[in-house]
Design a protein around this ligand. Sequence first.
Ligand code: COI
Length: 349
Amino acid sequence: MIIQKTENSRISTFDPNNFSFGNTFSDHMIICEYEDGKWGDVKLVPYGPLLFTPAMMGVNYGQACFEGMKAYKDNDGQVFLFRPEKNFERINKSAKRLAMPEVTEEMFLDGLKALVNIDREWIPQGEGNSLYIRPLIFATEEALKARVANKYMFAIVATPAKMYYTEPVSVKISDHYSRAASGGVGSAKAAGNYAASFYPTQLAIEEGYDQIIWTDDATHEYFEESGTMNVFVRINDTIYTPPTSEKILDGVTRDSFIQLAKKRGFEIKVEPIKVKDVVEAQKNGTLKEVWGVGTAVVTTVFQALGYNGEKLELPVLSDEESFAVTLKNDLVDLQTNHSEDPFGWRVLV
Ligand code: COI
């Protein structure tokens, strides 16, 4: 790895008590260029702009995918990554689906560790705080023929993060728009999936909601995801989450929640969730909780579901009563080295 350390660290300008997610970047970044059928050297360089023209294929045809992951600092200042091999596997699944070159395990993991290590001062300590890490691959070739590009960049940037969307939100169950379609790219973390989600989300916000629950494109009868998160529903004491598919992202937080729920002895069923069953459960009082999970947010609890013009309120539970909050706390405790790690998920940097 080629290492070019910054001579102008910005760390003294970073106030860990006053920052917003995604706007402040750590001192360094990883970059690696792909050309002539192979990846070049991985470089750790000062964070900053790169030079591209508007004819870059990635922005014209959308060959771009990314990952979201976090590094945590415990009370003693030790730094951990969380299940980074899952993100490595998934970025390559996304790259393959978008006809982009896969990255090597060495590039991905060594790049991550080097960046986190050099920028460890950027990881805010404390409950729910972390360094959010964004690995990405995008086409950089300057060409306008609609075809597979032959130049790419793999990059990793990092931004300090707090727990975000902490207040309970209201979500609209989509009756028209979908996040993904059969045969499409829903299971890839493709940049375009996010672009396509913004307009329907804006419409939901105009209607007074915060987010959307994405339903299937064919019938809109089944829950798929919510906003940028996987979705969970609790009816009585049973938790449900839809199985992953070519339309549903295989979320690392989703998988961790399933395993933590099993460890606690909660009943959890990975099966399709029918909108009609959730609405009926709300009407007869058996719907206890609906929530979303993702790396950035960890957990967002829903307070109301918009369905057919009606706002269906959810019960207000205490943290002790809430399975969502209980599992979130279990996960954050494990990630930040406040609890045992029976799964071997923490990776010391
Ligand atoms: C993540 O949770 O990592 C996401 O993908 C959400 C991101 C778009 C902010």
